[in-house]
Design a protein around this ligand. Structure first.
Ligand SMILES: C[S@@+](CC[C@H](N)C(=O)[O-])C[C@H]1O[C@@H](n2cnc3c(N)ncnc32)[C@H](O)[C@@H]1O
Length: 235
């Protein structure tokens, strides 16, 4: 999978791409991340990409033309099939289901905004999927792009050592993950639940399922309801 990131701040990505699973996935050729500086697609002699908003108001808006140029450059260079995502607080809410869908794409192009965001004609002309990572406003689309990158790449087959951990982790089954414990068996008077050291795999699985359901009902009743409706629809 090739992930292209169109950004005004490519250097922000070096930390996150240079460590852990994202680093390994690139080294193993499972994913290629290509950073493009939006300024390189400006026709302005000062490489300007933003201008004041029509109608007045604070801040600056990213002009449409450099974004069109960047995307057209990518489309002409093997990214005909890449899925186009524009990051904006006004987009559809990002979640694990969308991460799973994106991980099946041959490629993704991520458009990171800044200032007051993009000229509306970017959306009009390119019809990207507009995605928000939550109901809050960040300075730019770089951190949201990193969130997408990380969550999608770990779902690409073969990237994580154990595919089982993907099946069991929070949200994959529509529930939160059960509590986890590791050595030593007792920490500051708190013991590991006995069932986990019993060696009875059936009982362990039952306990985990029960704890996962309890935790989901208590913390995210919306997820329990969503999972129940999905199950009902399947019947
Ligand atoms: C300061 S924000 C612009 C906010 C915009 N004026 C508004 O009120 O919706 C600048 C850029 O950060 C990114 N951004 C900020 N918050 C985001 C979020 N919750 N999800 C996705 N992208 C976000 C977008 O790319 C956006 O264009």
């Amino acid at each position: 999978m090739i992930i292209d990131v169109v950004t005004l701040f490519p250097s922000m990505f070096s930390g996150v791409l240079g460590e852990s699973i994202l680093k390994r996935a690139q080294e193993h050729g499972q994913v290629k991340v290509n950073l493009l500086n939006l300024r390189d697609f400006s026709k302005d002699k000062h490489k300007k990409v933003d201008a004041a908003p029509y109608g007045g108001g604070p801040g600056m808006v990213i002009m449409a033309e450099p974004v069109f140029e960047a995307v057209e450059h990518l489309r002409k260079n093997g990214r005909e099939e890449s899925f186009l995502v524009l990051l904006t607080p006004g987009g559809v809410r990002y979640d694990q289901t969308l991460a799973q869908e994106l991980s099946k794409q041959p490629g993704i192009i991520l458009l990171c905004g800044h200032y007051e965001g993009f000229d509306e004609r970017v959306s009009q002309g390119l019809s990207p999927l507009e995605v928000s990572i939550g109901d809050f406003v960040l300075t730019g689309g770089e951190v949201p792009a990193m969130v997408l990158l990380d969550s999608v790449v770990r779902l690409v087959p073969g990237v994580l050592g154990s595919q089982e951990s993907l099946v069991e982790e929070s949200f994959s089954s529509g529930a939160l993950e059960y509590p986890q414990y590791t050595r030593p068996p007792e920490v500051r008077g708190m013991a590991v639940p006995e069932v986990l050291t019993s060696g009875d795999h059936g009982k362990v699985a039952e306990w985990r399922e029960q704890k996962s359901q309890e935790k989901t009902r208590a913390r995210r009743p919306d997820l329990s309801e969503k999972a129940r409706r999905k199950k009902y629809r399947q019947i």
